[in-house]
Design a protein around this ligand. Structure first.
Ligand SMILES: [Zn+2]
Length: 314
């Protein structure tokens, strides 16, 4: 918008003056319009007003709302999943439990899901961690290669795969933002590109996106900061006010309640597939597990929250 137009637009937005008064005001007090005829300027003001009005209509705003600054807010992305879904989370490659992972994948191969959903913390991203860690394990190359190998493997077994970013995947972006912000927006440095998900046709979903499978919300678990060691599922349910399945806590937990009208709602915490006694937390209440979800045509769902006891699916 040129300077003259801008000056007119400002007066339209910030005053209630009609076109002739705006023209008169500009001619008498703004050097950009000095000596102009009020009559011809009045027509120009009318044109600008019409343009602003149409713009406001297009954006669904009232004409006055045009004066409100541009918003940088962005709605989160939304995904709707249907059919049979196999869910794996918290594998923490390269600190995974090979036998637990193999057991879960074998079960899912027989289950024949339409979608394999990798629900976050699939890689540990130890090398990019901000915590004090053993330098001998801080090797991004080994880590990335192992995650790539895992993705290639699951892609050979399952056709449609989604990979949802957990808090551990987020370490990649945080590392770049902190140590190489100038490079952070390079597409080839996107995590989905680095771990080969893009090339394999695996859809990478940003943490915080809204993912629904029928009436069930699928989150990694870090999005709702309500944990605790005992009532994990209940704490999530209270915050979600909706059906929700999550990982993140490495702990199998369920809570099913009913609303006053009798509607059941549930929260399911799914176990992990990593080694159960890592050096940073030898003592914990973790358990191996994975889940299947079937979405029916009416949106109703059936969740099977599986645990592994001594590498047997229960
Ligand atoms: Zn997590």
């Amino acid at each position: 918008m040129n300077e003259r137009r801008q000056a007119i637009a400002n007066l339209i937005k910030t005053t209630k003056l009609e076109n002739t008064k705006i023209a008169r005001e500009l001619v008498s007090s703004n050097p950009l319009f000095e000596g102009e005829s009020v009559e011809s300027l009045r027509k120009y003001v009318g044109e600008v007003r019409k343009e602003l009005y149409e713009l406001a209509l297009k954006e669904g705003l009232g004409i006055d709302a045009v004066a409100i600054p541009e918003s940088r807010y962005e709605e989160p992305a939304q995904y709707e999943l249907t059919g049979k879904i196999g869910i794996l989370n918290d594998i923490h490659i390269p600190f995974h439990d090979k036998r637990a992972l193999e057991t879960a994948i074998n079960y899912l191969i027989k289950y024949e899901p339409d979608i394999l959903y990798l629900n976050g913390d699939i890689g540990d991203f130890y090398a990019e961690s901000k915590f004090m860690r053993d330098p001998k394990y801080r090797d991004a190359i080994i880590e990335i290669r192992a995650i790539k190998q895992f993705l290639e493997f699951v892609k050979s077994k399952f056709q449609t795969i989604y990979y949802y970013e957990g808090n551990h995947e987020r370490r990649w972006q945080n590392y770049l933002w902190q140590h190489a912000p100038e490079l952070a927006s390079l597409e080839s440095l996107n995590l989905s590109s680095v771990i080969g998900a893009d090339d394999l046709g695996i859809e990478f979903i940003t943490n915080g996106s809204l993912v629904r499978a029928g009436k069930l919300n699928i989150i990694h678990g870090n999005e709702i900061q309500a944990g605790g060691l005992i009532n994990v599922a209940r704490n999530k349910l209270i915050r979600a006010f909706d059906n929700v399945i999550f990982g993140h806590h490495h702990f199998k937990d369920e809570r099913i309640e009913r609303s006053l009208s009798g509607q059941p709602i549930g929260a399911w915490g799914v176990g992990c597939l990593c080694g159960l006694k890592p050096e940073y937390r030898r003592i914990n209440n973790w358990v191996h597990g994975f889940a299947t979800v079937e979405v029916y045509n009416d949106g109703s769902i059936e969740v099977e929250n599986k645990k592994l006891i001594n590498y047997k699916v229960k």
